[in-house]
Write a protein that binds this ligand. Structure first.
Ligand code: OGA
Ligand code: MN
Length: 289
């Protein structure tokens, strides 16, 4: 690859060149001055990684990445998640999957094809969820299909004491029925459907900050609480998490790459016209180095 070797002459990114700036006052950092195809220094990588850990999401615009370049960048963070190749329409490297509504030869080439998707944290229904998810935009609809991110450090900090006390020391059962409720609330725990009870407040291993770890799409009930009480409390908590003051909404352009931290951010997707094409390339980091 033309730009993969750092050298005094050819390096696109030096530690001097990489810069970050906030996406808004509450969540996210944009990374500037890097070409993610480059084999940049450890120092440069740490600027990017720390921005991701501290700001919940990072955005890098204007990238030109093939599968291998995206995989190599993702691997700098850690071990990549295995992908279940349920979508045969498009061959891909291990660790790569597509989020898309495009059909080739009558078959969907990606997962999560259509429409709005409620707030969630990826894989919160298993014991060890992926820590980070990376989406690279390849084709985007003319409007809608935005991804919306909410800062759960800030949501925890702002939670009224009365609610903090109610969830203190509590766990909630997260469930995901990919076949029947992939994008909206409605997964019910049953045989063959993955579920896991996670503590409702998590402490981030690197920043030490507490975050709210439950969500409208996948959290079914609070463990050890009567059903009606659990449901009423969860409704209040979801409404709290999803307030505009914790949110950044990303309107995608091809070439944008966003990586979010599943420990501290929730994400959702806005609706879009099913007749328009949307294609995102996805890689996930399951364990940091
Ligand atoms: C995901 C996801 C949202 C989107 O890939 O985990 O939730 O905007 N994607 O496609
Ligand atoms: Mn997701």
């Amino acid at each position: 690859m033309e730009n993969s070797q750092p050298s005094a002459l050819g390096a696109h990114a030096s530690p001097q060149a990489v810069r970050t700036r906030p996406l808004n006052a509450v969540i996210g950092a944009e990374i500037l001055g890097v070409d993610l195809r480059d084999d940049f220094s450890r120092e440069t990588f740490e600027v990017i990684r720390d921005a991701w850990r501290e700001n919940c999401i990072i955005l890098v615009r204007g990238q030109t990445l093939d599968e291998l370049a995206q995989v190599k960048f993702a691997q700098r963070f850690g071990e990549l998640g295995k992908v279940l190749h349920t979508h045969e329409g498009r061959a891909s490297l291990p660790g790569v999957m597509y989020i898309s509504n495009i059909r080739e030869n009558g078959k969907l080439i990606g997962a999560l094809p259509d429409g709005e998707m409620y707030f969630h944290s990826d894989q919160c229904y298993i014991e060890n969820p992926s820590v980070g998810t990376m989406l690279y935009a390849m084709e985007v609809p003319s409007k809608g299909g935005d991804t919306i991110f909410a800062n759960m450090f800030a949501a925890y900090d702002a939670l009224p004491d009365e609610l903090k006390q109610k969830i203190e020391g509590r766990a909630a059962l997260n469930v995901y029925d990919y076949q029947n409720a992939a994008t909206v609330r409605g997964s019910e725990p049953r045989e063959g459907i993955p579920s896991f009870a996670h503590s409702m407040v998590k402490t981030h291993p690197f920043t030490g900050r507490k975050s709210l770890y439950f969500n409208r799409l996948m959290t079914h009930h609070i463990v050890g609480m009567e059903a009606a009480e659990s449901e009423a409390l969860l409704e209040r908590l979801f409404d709290h998490q999803e307030q505009d003051r914790f949110i950044y909404r990303h309107v995608w352009k091809p070439g944008d790459l966003i990586m979010w931290d599943n420990r501290s951010a929730l994400h959702a997707r806005s609706d879009f016209d099913a007749s328009e094409r949307r294609l995102m390339r996805r890689t996930v980091v399951v364990k940091e180095h």
